[in-house]
Design a protein around this ligand. Structure first.
Ligand SMILES: [Zn+2]
Length: 204
């Protein structure tokens, strides 16, 4: 958003622009471009209107699915979109220094990190490398012993995990909580559906 006349100025305008951009993406009518003449302005600074914590999954790119150019949105990525200390700090920078009005915790359908957290809930040490530490931070609504079908469990857990991200951010960041209390910013959660391309707010 290099045009100051169209840059969202409130959290509500930011949500509206993201949802409108997602509509354009779903319909195959994206308008966002990154022309060479925009680079000088981008090099001089940034004022993103929204910030994200999203899963590292290759199929989840907010710039594309919300039809936004470089400079418009500030994105952190980590498998399972879990809110680590580094993610908190990055989003604090967006809100406090860059003046970002909206923070979005973005989950997605069929998330492998969420599925792993469900499958290995009772034996995380069976996972290789540093994965046990990662999936320990993913919120799930059940495990293998609960007898529920995996697809349903993944779907409900993806929502619960995204919504929990909002609580985590507000609990762990006085900086962001204060911006929300003063109505300078909002923190919301939503889920991106890989099959339809549609993003829906789960915690508006
Ligand atoms: Zn994922």
């Amino acid at each position: 958003m290099t045009d100051p006349t169209t840059t969202p100025r409130s959290p509500e305008e930011a949500i509206a622009e993201l949802l409108a951009g997602n509509d354009r993406y779903v319909a195959g009518r994206t308008v966002s471009t990154n022309p060479p003449e925009a680079r000088a302005g981008l090099a001089a600074g940034q004022a993103p209107f929204a910030a994200f914590i999203r899963c590292a999954d290759s199929r989840v790119a907010p710039e594309l699915v919300f039809d936004q150019p470089l400079g418009a949105i500030f994105v952190t990525a980590i498998a399972g979109n879990v809110v680590t200390t580094e993610v908190v700090a990055s989003l604090e920078y967006a809100v406090e220094v860059l003046g970002t009005r909206l923070v979005v915790v973005m989950g997605h359908s069929g998330c492998g990190a969420v599925e792993a957290a469900i499958r290995y809930r009772d034996q995380p040490e069976a996972l290789p490398g540093s994965l046990p530490e990662l999936i320990a931070q993913v919120t799930v609504t059940g495990g293998p012993a609960d007898g529920e079908e995996l697809p349903g469990l993944v779907a409900t857990s993806v929502v619960a995990n995204a919504n929990e991200g909002v609580d985590q951010l507000l609990r762990r960041s006085p900086v962001i909580a204060e911006a929300v209390a003063e109505e300078r910013a909002r923190v919301v959660a939503g889920v991106f559906d890989l099959g339809t391309g549609r993003f829906e707010l789960t915690r508006p």
